[in-house]
Design a protein around this ligand. Structure first.
Ligand code: 8GP
Length: 821
């Protein structure tokens, strides 16, 4: 594929530089035995190119005073960086050759790298895809986040149960980051607010903080694909503001001297998988403020370097995107800074915030809509709380009461403060009131945000609520992870599809071409062989690449319904036991999922799947027709191995619950056929691939609402469906847990006495039916190949480049580097 940008190095030059780094940067002459040292030297070599481009990028934007987008996110699931950076710089072949010359396979070098797992799930991975697209499309963008010492926990299974261990991603350093002492920030916390009367009768507020924390930035370069840009992801690490108290230390009080430091460093210590305790809540709140304050100060500093004290262009030059409500305090921090530090009038400061911030909602689940107690706010951020109350007063009096005069109920409903035993701050309301745009992440989700979540806000602020359907970067999720398929596509598509994904639609014309089908499916088969090896290595289970590889990979949550697939596995197993000749193509169910450590039922689901897997995988009676594997430690790197090998993509959430999904896009892009509900982006995937190339089943959002209106009773399904009854009853026996009956009962309880909150039983029969149709389709090789090809060909809409272009056109209003002259 011809590329516009010249290769920055030849293989010989690359090798020479790697050797130089081995010799002079790490004095590692015995590198033949040390792939880690080679990885480091390769990264340092790549960095030489990267940092030169970063300097050029910065220079350009400084000269052009470009408008920037500042993406604030508590989560970034970057995965490994090397392969992606090599592809994006068009250095992959060069590095592969150079490393081969040194006696290594490039893939083995990649395996030495750690995932940057600074996130939990979809929202964090989306942020990473967006950074890739922003750099690829030459937009001026900075990602801001937290430099967690420990990212998402590592998952192991012990006798089927999830065990969490800490993630040590930078125990021995991370070659991709650079510390920026020149951009350190000091962040005040706690204390009280003093009101000082001015001579003109007005008052000035002064926040006397009780503690100051130092924010140390680490920059991770974000390399665009075949573009001019290298942007940065700036991650803040917390430290004590004075290293530690020397007097105390010298007087022998080592413990106390260290404690202030420890307390400060705790802030960026861990990524939050949950916040169930009060202590945890306070820390999470401080974490959010710490990173927002560092980022807002940094944004202002960058602006001032170009515009001095002239604030008139701030809103023209700066847009800030809030990735969910987690960074909401940035709004109050900007308000505070403008009023207290730059003497803005309240109304001017508020107007400025309303021009700068935009907010993305990623979920309708009520438990994820953040609320913080007024007491906590008052303790940690007393000045911010005052400002919050002032915004609320303005909003209720000037906006709500004018729209709905005399309607106190409406004031209560929309207020930024939820009244009750403890007053709570509704962060999402603050976001909606103060942002100029609010978006959902797939059309159906954005419609539900308007109709169900914020209908009054939609009335109050027409045009504010909008949609930007998510996307994924085709660089990581096809070009880098599926090289063979990429080459096949290169041979058929004459433009650089990785930069223009809709060009893949031209491949649809080969969907019935026998030769092309054979090539396409041979690649899938090879990928399945590789995954089978990985499965054997990580689980000890042997699976056949001739079976259907049926994949469900995502965080473990009841709404995502891994247990629907689990119930169906039980049903298939029963059918096979009843009739070993039961007509089904052999199927391997492949799960990958982490459960939040405090989420009881999610962990029970993992356990149950593992226990059933043990039984099924070792039961000769079913002749290997059914295999179940739960691959441990699901993460970006594992996804990159599973996705190219998937035949079937399970996207089976309760309609209305999955905001978008992005795994659905990655799997379809790699030729997996979806079995799914009409939820999230599945709806749009179905529109793109057509009804013949997807298996849609189950209740729609409206059906689910109707079920609820009629009084949902899971026992109706239990009593009327013999298969459901048998499978649920099975869970109370010791069939899968010999000698320990009832060990898997939790799932049955939640589905019956627990009320089946995610309406699994209501979808079971239709899911089972869709699976029969799927099985039939797979047996027809030509038909399946056609479906797989169409899925790859029709994923153009779901590149994150398109999502970014939508944000740029409708929300951020940026101009790319190349068009600025
Ligand atoms: C996820 C949504 O569940 C998923 O449907 C969507 O594709 C993804 O965001 C990106 O938009 N939401 C989250 O990851 C989420 O809400 N995480 C917060 C609880 C941390």
């Amino acid at each position: 594929m011809a590329t516009a940008i010249k290769k920055p190095l030849t293989a010989a030059q690359f090798k020479k530089k790697v050797l130089q780094h081995l010799n002079f940067t790490s004095s590692q002459t015995d590198y033949q035995q040390d792939p880690t040292a080679v990885l480091r030297a390769v990264c340092l070599t790549v960095n030489e190119v990267v940092y030169e481009k970063l300097t050029e990028t910065n220079q350009y934007h400084k000269e052009h005073k470009s408008r920037s987008i500042n993406y604030l996110s508590l989560e970034y699931l970057m995965g490994r960086m090397l392969s992606n950076n090599l592809h994006n710089l068009d250095l992959f072949d060069v590095a592969q050759k150079a490393v081969a010359n040194l006696g290594f396979e490039i893939e083995d070098i990649f395996e030495e790298g750690h995932d940057l797992a600074l996130g939990n799930g979809g929202l964090g991975r989306l942020a990473a895809c967006f950074l890739d697209s922003l750099a690829t499309m030459d937009f001026n963008a900075v990602g801001y986040g937290i430099h967690y010492e420990h990212g998402l926990f590592k998952q192991q299974f012990h006798q089927g149960r999830q065990i969490e261990t800490p993630d040590e991603w930078r125990e021995y350093g991370n070659p991709w980051e650079v510390c920026r002492p020149e951009a350190v920030q000091n962040i005040p916390l706690f204390g009280h607010v003093e009101t000082i009367a001015n001579t003109d009768g007005s008052v000035k507020k002064v926040w006397h903080s009780g503690q100051t924390i130092k924010g140390v930035p680490w920059d991770v370069p974000i390399v665009g694909y075949n573009s001019k840009t290298v942007n940065v992801l700036r991650l803040w690490e917390s430290r004590a503001s004075s290293h530690f108290d020397w007097e105390q230390f010298n007087s022998g009080d080592y413990q106390d001297a260290h404690s202030a430091q420890n307390h400060a460093e705790t802030i960026s210590k861990v990524l939050y998988p949950n916040d169930e305790t009060d202590a945890g809540k306070e820390l999470r709140f401080i974490q959010q403020y710490f990173f927002c304050a560092c980022s807002v100060k940094d944004i202002i500093k960058r602006y001032s370097q170009q515009h001095g004290n002239d604030w008139s262009q701030f809103a023209d030059k700066v847009a800030i995107q809030l990735n969910d409500t987690h960074p909401t305090i940035a709004i109050l921090e900007l308000m505070r800074t403008l009023i207290d530090e730059y003497d803005f009038a309240w109304l001017d400061a508020f107007a400025m915030c309303r021009k700068v911030f935009a907010y993305t909602n990623h979920t309708l689940l009520p438990e994820a809509l953040e609320k913080w107690s007024v007491d906590l706010f008052n303790k940690v951020l007393p000045r911010h709380l005052e400002l919050l109350f002032s915004i609320n007063e303005y909003f209720l009096n000037e906006e709500v009461s004018k729209m709905w005069p005399g309607n106190d109920q409406m004031r209560r409903r929309l207020s930024l403060i939820e009244e009750g035993e403890t007053q709570m701050v509704r962060m999402a309301h603050l976001c909606v009131v103060t942002s100029f745009k609010v978006n959902g992440v797939a059309q159906i989700h954005s419609d539900l945000v308007k109709s169900d979540l914020f209908p009054e806000f939609d009335q109050l602020y027409p045009e504010k609520l909008t949609n930007v359907t998510n996307g994924v970067t085709p660089r990581r999720w096809l070009k880098a992870c599926n090289p063979e398929l990429s080459k096949l596509l290169d041979s058929k598509v004459k433009v650089d599809w990785a930069k223009d994904l809709s060009s893949l639609s031209s491949v649809a014309k080969f969907a019935d071409d026998e030769k092309f089908q054979q090539k396409f499916m041979a690649i899938k088969h090879n990928n399945k062989i590789k995954l089978a090896e990985e499965i054997l290595a990580s689980t000890g289970v042997e699976v056949s690449p001739d079976a259907i590889f049926d994949v469900q990979i995502k965080r473990l949550h009841e709404y995502k319904r891994q247990h629907l697939s689990f119930m169906h596995i039980l049903a298939l197993y029963r059918r096979l036991l009843a009739d070993p000749d039961y007509d089904m193509h052999p199927r391997v169910y492949i799960f990958g999922a982490k459960a939040a450590p405090g989420y009881y039922l999610a962990k029970e689901i993992i356990y149950a799947i593992n226990k059933v897997a043990d039984k099924v995988n070792n039961d000769d009676r079913i002749k290997g027709k059914l295999k179940v594997v739960f691959m441990p430690n699901y993460r970006v790197t594992l996804a990159e191995k599973i996705i190219p090998a998937a035949d079937v993509s399970e996207q089976i959430s309760t309609a209305g619950k999955e905001a978008s999904g992005t795994g659905n896009m990655k799997l379809a892009l790699n030729g997996a056929v979806t079995i799914g509900t009409l939820d999230g982006a599945n709806v749009e995937i179905a529109e793109e691939v057509g009804d013949d190339n997807i298996f849609i089943f189950g209740n729609t959002v409206d059906d689910i609402k109707a079920l609820e209106a009629n009084g949902y009773n899971p026992y109706d399904y239990y009593n009327n469906d013999e298969e459901i009854k048998a499978c649920l009853d099975w869970l109370h026996t010791d069939y899968f847990t010999p000698g320990k009956p009832g060990e898997l009962s939790a799932i049955a309880h939640s589905l019956l006495d627990g009320g089946d909150p995610y309406r699994l039983l209501a979808d079971f029969a239709d899911y089972a039916k869709a699976n029969i149709a799927l099985d039939k389709a797979y047996k027809d090789k030509a038909r399946w190949a056609r479906m797989a090809i169409i899925n790859t060909a029709k994923m153009g809409k779901f590149t994150s480049d398109r999502s970014i272009q939508d944000y740029v056109d409708n929300i951020w209003k940026l101009t790319p580097m190349s068009s600025q002259g």
